[in-house]
Design a protein around this ligand. Structure first.
Ligand code: SAM
Length: 283
């Protein structure tokens, strides 16, 4: 079947699959210094952001990714106060982090300021924490920024980046993990979006190996549904620096003073369970 021009399609050649959304309108298109940014109004998924032809998020299902990139890590750590997001220009991860009243400071380090400005216009619901006095913005390369951080100055690094190509490539490499390990305090953590558990097992192996080689003492990959990403199944990998990844502050989750759409204590416990092939292939 051929789709007509009213459909946006992201084809994944090496996976032999594609995902499409029916489009009402193209709302915006620009070539920034770093990438082509497109925003569409879809028939059923709200607004859609596309960077260089790759789906980043939709209004309808971004809560899955943003909640699973933040709350499992924040409820695993004992008392996270200083959080850094690398990438995350749409500001959805920032919004989830700042739902935690104990977080005193959150930096969003995004290479492309235009992604944030376009999000403010087309995804205002993701940008509601941008004026929070605890929110800080730096527009520049996260690889370089991380090299310059004081040792032990960060409780949690969240890498919310594009796929490992172009400017994001260095965010999946061991030298970056070493810089993160140095910047994270003892008892802290790194968590990174780690692509599809179905399609990208080799990348997952490399990422987990790189994190351990950089000095992190344990890794754990959580999986969750994400309908608009290739295969519809996505993952986040946590790397520990002296913290326990298999336990979390369950009572605090049950008493959390904010709403979530997907995340709760049962979801967190379920996400810690490892698929059989992870045990075989990831070790
Ligand atoms: N949830 C999305 C996904 O997994 O497809 C990612 C969302 S967020 C829009 C990704 C951001 O990472 C982009 O805005 C991109 O500009 C940013 N990025 C890529 N490489 C970067 C780097 N080296 N430093 C900082 N930000 C970077």
């Amino acid at each position: 079947m051929t789709l007509d021009q009213n459909w946006f399609t992201e084809a994944c050649e090496e996976c032999g699959s594609a995902f499409s959304l029916k489009i009402k309108n193209k709302l915006h298109e620009e070539q920034s210094e770093y990438q082509k940014i497109e925003i569409y109004e879809t028939e059923t998924f709200g607004n859609l952001m596309v960077l260089d032809g790759f789906v980043m998020l939709t209004s309808r299902d971004n809560f899955l990714y943003h909640e699973m990139m933040t709350h499992p890590a924040l409820f695993t750590l004992a008392d996270p106060k200083r959080v850094v997001i690398i990438g995350g220009g749409d500001c959805g991860t920032l919004r989830e982090v700042l739902k935690h009243p104990g977080v005193e400071e959150c930096w969003q380090v995004e290479i492309d300021e235009r992604v944030t400005r376009v999000s403010e216009q087309f995804f205002p619901e993701l940008c509601t924490a941008n004026d929070d006095p605890r929110a800080h913005f730096f527009f520049g390369d996260g690889v370089k920024w991380m090299q310059e951080q004081e040792p032990g100055s960060v409780d949690l690094v969240i890498v919310d980046s594009t796929d490992p190509i172009g400017p994001a490539e260095g965010l999946f490499a061991e030298p970056f993990y070493r810089d993160c390990h140095r910047a994270v305090r003892g008892g802290g953590m790194l968590v990174q979006q780690s692509e599809s558990p179905l399609l990208h097992v080799e990348l997952l192996k490399r990422m987990r190996g790189g994190m351990l080689a950089a000095g992190f003492d344990g890794v754990k990959t959580l999986t969750f549904p994400q309908p608009v990403y290739p295969s519809g199944w996505w993952s986040a990998t946590m790397a520990a620096k002296g913290c326990e990844l298999n336990a979390f502050r369950e009572e605090a989750v049950r008493a959390k003073p904010f709403d979530t759409v997907y995340y709760n204590a049962d979801i967190h416990r379920g996400a810690l369970a490892q698929p059989e092939f992870f045990l075989r292939e990831l070790g």
